[in-house]
Design a protein around this ligand. Sequence first.
Ligand code: CS2
Length: 509
Amino acid sequence: MARRCSMVEVDVITLAQTTLGELGPSIEVPRYDRARLRPGIVHFGVGNFHRVHLAVYLDRYLQEHGGEQWGICGVELIDTADTRAKAVAYRRQDNLYSVTEYAPDGTAATRVVGAMVDYLHAAQDPEAVLARLTNSETRIVSLTITEGGYNIDEVTGAFRLETPDVAWDLTGAPPRTAFGFIVEALRRRRESGLAPFTVMSCDNLRHNGDTARLAVVSFARGRDPELASWIDGRTAFPNSMVDRIAPQVSAASRERLNTRSGIDDALPAIGETFTQWVIEDRFSAGRPAFDTVGVEIRDDVVAFEFMKMRMLNACHMLLSYPGLLCGYTFVHEAMSDERLATLLETFLDDDTIPNLEAPSGVSLQAYKAQVLGRFKNPAIADQLLRIAHDGAAKIPVFHSRTLEMLLANGGDLRREAFFLACFARYLEGRNDQGEAIPVNEPHFGERDWTTLRGADPLALLKTEPFVRLRLDEHAAFSELFKAYRDSIASRSASETLDRLLADTRRPAD
Ligand code: CS2
């Protein structure tokens, strides 16, 4: 079925199972029999990252091997007008969507991903989600619920049982959280003599599998300690490192993508050509032969996690706040400011790499060059605001190890202090030009905002997400932080960056 695309005068084909044959020859479409595909994987959090990562690995797997048991059932936990519209769109498109992959030279290729065979909106029908999770076909439950989604208290390291949605789920009412669903499903599976599924975290967390275990088992203990021990003893939680940059897709980029592909897709996704996934081989109910489609199955995943989070994700954050304050919108734009590129490079060379163990067979210098090259890709047009979002949950995950090591070894604290000063300034919601920056920080509580709005120049360091690092008690760090805060406020982030670079210039530069 062809229709006119709303903004541009081209014919586009409505995306559906029955129209796949009508798409242009350059579009890769599922060659496997989707009618026979069963959802062996239930995935919580069908955001852009999942859609261009796990779903694409499975799509490749199915293209190469066929098979019937490794389709995905997506689950949406959030209930808003947007997520309801998304559920309707997936239904209309037979759960298909397109992914356009952009190489650094701007060339692009589009594929239609067919791995998702069902999409459930949990708020509308929680029992349908539980039925899927307790089906014997379900072997893996995967998660991309964000760093903050694991509900771990930064101060105590414990899972928070008192969060409203968790407290609700603990009453045994129809669940609202991933943990509520997983534990109730495992309880029912145990009762009916079914083996537990594997819980596979695909989030950027230190030891994401161990963290998922901590969350699920702690939640279960809140319900029934015996069930908690059964889950702990019988369920696999592999650790993994996941990587692919997936920008947000605005209405304008959706039109651009659809015009390019000739597909009328309500939910197109964008990815870079680079993709990586390193995972431990710990699965309690089987897995696809992921290694045949480029997944690295290794025992030393922790070394990859640290490398990726302390280099790529940490640099993303280090670029986003100063970048936004300087008035940039996109990652590649900020990277074309030599000063910001130098800041990242020096942070990696001087603050990170000397304190980081490389996974065996990997050169950290080569990894650095690759990461910075990826950031420069203009075709991806990744948004600084996407990265800035939820800094309170992400900064402690991506920066705390480096900070701890710099503090312990008497290292140079200037870049980290400048970075956190930029974050504190960003929280005030204005850039150097005085223009508003939308601040989206779901993991600061009311008490934190009161602290942040007060007169204490060290307020940020005393908020709940940061207090564990005790930076406010470190005289040298807090002096630097205060000085950068003052300089950003009285001059600008841009001028403060100039000074930082001048002060930290290496003799050979
Ligand atoms: C980003 C990540 O949200 C962030 O902070 O750094 O989403 C990043 O793009 C991915 O981890 C890349 O794999």
